[in-house]
Design a binder for this molecule. Structure first.
Ligand code: NAD
Length: 500
């Protein structure tokens, strides 16, 4: 039976997380079935998560529709913006709770969650709260044959109910990246966080309520993809648009589901990103930059560089320096401030990554660093750790060079000319990001403009200004979010033409 409760963690008075609930129409709601939320650092069960079946997804979408017609739909931009700033303040006020929940769910180092995930969640609300207040629209004076003319101007309207489906690698950061602009534009949302990381989306519900966001504006349904909350949400006739971050194959499945009702989609998908390191780079900066680009968040960032091309003149020296750097990375408990790499997200994902480690050897790779599973001789051995790994010697056609692994692993290969580097970097079905390392600014611009990707970085990686366009080409996605691109996706423009 459905039972509303007061807190997102229904733990019978205990401060321990016991049960993670759906959030519908301002209430925490239990479903009929549960699944477990596992701490990837030691394999222990953190919480039982209550799954939303079709009827709960219907309730969530219904609540979101109702909220569109009443409180939220009637609010002006200034009031909406003020409420979104309050949500940011509520996230900041519960900073430690968000960090703890994100670390427990993902196994990411506490230092990373504190530096990146939680601050970015608050920043996502602040940026879009400000942007919506100043977002102007085109207007045109149009000539007509009779000389009287016409005036065209556009007004921005919400899409309606937006279905938001997100992955496990940066759970709160990626969820709020979509929730904030969707709400800023006056939509209501139903979010389906990853089944691996349900906690922070649920905690966010408490922050929304505390900030005064009306019931029904932000709803959370938990579950899986096919035949579960994910699919129930994307195929729902009352959902007006779907925004999704995750694997390319999942994007293809969602595209099929939404095709029947021709919903707008925004897809941020996988990557097999390249880095190009020229001999004239700042050597130390490039080694540190590539180490971050390949291994941050245990390689589980869509933007991670799994292919690194290094100019032959510095290739051997670079391989050696990166090996030393990688061997100095601390792999271990996410709760230690000094930890660089936590575990992978799940036993299943570790199996996938280790199958690529095996495949790389079968495909003829030389193992420069790592290639296996670390031993801790404590409870971390029950976690889903792998060693950060560097390979060389693979053919460009090898599966390990072509397919997204999504673990702490990169392959290094030498190049001789700019043309060769560009051609190897672009030889992929993906097209999310690239990084170029050179002190020759003209070359930096020249190469960056030739990359078939959505984001090219020169002498940096993952440096984000939230106003800039973000997205990919090919298998890496459809559309751009960020700044005005988000506002334009999350709104319908109605052009009004007045004959003068
Ligand atoms: P995933 O595609 O397996 O799952 C993502 C979400 O989709 C989950 O919430 C899942 O339950 C849901 N889902 C799965 N099948 C579905 C279906 N048929 N209908 C509706 N929902 C469904 O991805 P993941 O393993 O959680 O995340 C890793 C992937 O995400 C990697 O490929 C990574 O590159 C990509 N990613 C991309 C970006 C980006 O911005 N481009 C950012 C982060 C992650």
């Amino acid at each position: 039976m459905l039972r509303p409760t007061r807190g997102c963690y229904d733990a019978a008075g205990s401060s321990q997380l016991k049960s993670i609930l759906n959030y519908i129409d301002g209430q925490f709601v239990r479903g009929k079935r549960e699944f477990v939320d596992v701490n990837p650092a030691n394999g222990s069960v953190i919480a039982q998560v209550t799954e939303a079946d079709q009827s709960l997804v219907d309730m969530a979408v219904g609540a979101a529709r109702k909220a569109l017609r009443c409180d939220w739909g009637r609010l002006g931009v200034r009031d909406r913006s003020a409420l979104l700033h309050k949500v940011a303040a509520e996230i900041e006020a519960r900073f430690d709770q968000f960090v703890a929940a994100e670390v427990a769910d993902t196994g990411k180092p506490i230092a990373l969650a504190s530096r990146l995930d939680v601050p970015r969640a608050a920043a996502n609300f602040r940026v879009f709260a400000d942007l919506i207040k100043t977002a102007g629209l085109d207007s045109f004076q149009t000539e007509t044959p009779d000389g009287k003319g016409a005036l065209n101007y556009a007004v921005r309207k919400p899409l309606g109910v937006v279905g938001i489906i997100t992955p496990w690698n940066l759970p709160l950061l990626l969820l709020t990246w979509k929730v904030a602009p969707a709400l800023a534009c006056g939509n209501t949302v139903v979010v389906k966080p990853s089944e691996e990381t349900p906690a922070t989306a649920t905690l966010l519900a408490e922050s929304m309520a505390a900030a005064g966001i009306p019931a029904g504006v932000y709803n959370v349904v938990h579950g899986f993809g096919p035949n579960s909350a994910g699919e129930f949400l994307t195929q729902h006739p009352d959902v007006n648009a779907v925004t999704f971050t995750g694997e390319s194959q999942t994007g293809a499945a969602i595209m099929k589901t939404v095709a029947a009702s021709v919903k707008p989609v925004s897809f941020e998908l996988g990557g097999k990103n390249a880095a190009i390191v020229f001999a004239d780079c700042d050597f130390e900066e490039a080694v540190n930059g590539i180490s971050d680009a390949a291994f941050l968040n245990t390689g589980q960032v869509c933007l991670c560089a799994e292919r690194v091309y290094v100019e032959r003149a510095i290739y051997d020296k670079f391989v050696e320096a990166l090996k030393r750097k990688v061997e100095s990375l601390a792999v271990g408990s996410p709760l230690e401030e000094s930890t660089d790499l936590g575990p992978l997200i799940s036993a299943q994902h570790r199996e996938k990554v280790l199958s690529y480690y095996k495949l790389a050897r079968e495909e003829g790779a030389t193992v420069v660093a790592g290639g296996g599973v670390p031993q801790f001789r404590n409870e971390l051995d029950k976690g889903f750790f792998v060693q950060p790994t560097i390979y060389t010697g693979l053919a460009e056609s090898a599966r390990c060079v072509k397919e997204e692994i999504f673990g702490p692993v990169c392959h290094l290969a030498p190049f001789d000319t700019e043309e060769e580097a560009v051609s190897m970097a672009n030889d992929t079905k993906y097209g999310l990001a690239a990084s170029i390392w050179t002190t020759n600014l003209k070359r930096g611009h020249r190469i960056a403009q030739q990359m078939n990707v959505g984001i090219s970085w020169v002498n940096c990686w993952f440096l984000r200004d939230l106003r800039t366009p973000f997205g990919g080409v090919g298998l890496s996605g459809i559309g751009r979010e960020g700044g005005m691109h988000s506002l334009n996706f999350y709104s319908e423009l109605n052009n009004i033409c007045i004959r003068l």
